[in-house]
Design a protein around this ligand. Structure first.
Ligand code: MN3
Length: 202
């Protein structure tokens, strides 16, 4: 038995996230960029000795040891979740109750969390991601370069936003902060974040 990387279909139509994320962006991002991580990851997994592991463990085990595999497996993991962290008519400030309570106690409330998350994405120099994760039982906002995620820093990601230019350049050109604000306020699927929060606590 071996792990197979497969490209999951988008959980909504390509034009479902407009005007905040266009069909053109999603076609390139999902069909070309994510597909490339899957295709290259599959090749690099072969003979790596990690073939039988689940994806999360491939990411953790290849970190710092097998850069080619890590970059592609890490990005595959990140994107599998990224599509589900968005939905049409998402965003807003009405969060599921347990998640809201944890944000209040760990992160100083919704407004501070929103500002800190957007600042993390804005200040990530070059390609990378901004994150909300659970680490040692507490929520944490962080940023990572390239294909890294909190998985390799002892945390469990429950929300992440892609700040590689391929995620926003067609729709926002160089205006990364505008992309992050629009993404956070209009696209986040908070029910899915709550679901991953519950799984991370289990
Ligand atoms: Mn991407």
């Amino acid at each position: 038995m071996s792990t197979k990387f497969t490209l999951p279909p988008l959980p909504y139509a390509y034009d479902a996230l407009g005007p905040y994320m266009s069909a053109e962006t999603l076609e390139y991002h999902h069909d070309k960029h994510h597909q490339a991580y899957v295709t290259n990851g599959e090749k690099l997994l072969e003979g790596s000795g990690l073939e039988i592991l689940p994806l999360e463990d491939i990411v953790k085990e290849s970190y710092g040891k097998n850069a080619g595999l890590f970059n592609n497996a890490g990005q595959h993991y990140n994107h599998v979740h990224f599509w589900n962290w968005m939905k049409p008519n998402g965003g807003g400030n009405k969060l599921p109750g347990k998640l809201q309570a944890a944000i209040d106690s760990d992160l100083g409330g919704f407004d501070k969390f929103r500002a800190d998350f957007i600042a993390a994405g804005t200040t990530q120099f070059g390609s990378g991601w901004a994150w909300l994760s659970l680490k040692n039982g507490k929520l944490e906002v962080s940023k990572t370069p390239n294909g890294e995620s909190p998985l390799v820093h002892g945390g469990k990601p429950i929300l992440g936003v892609d700040v590689w230019e391929h995620s926003y350049y067609i729709d926002y050109r160089n205006a990364r902060p505008k992309y992050l604000e629009a993404w956070f306020d209009n696209l986040v699927n908070w029910d899915h974040v709550e679901l991953m929060f519950e799984e991370a606590k289990a």
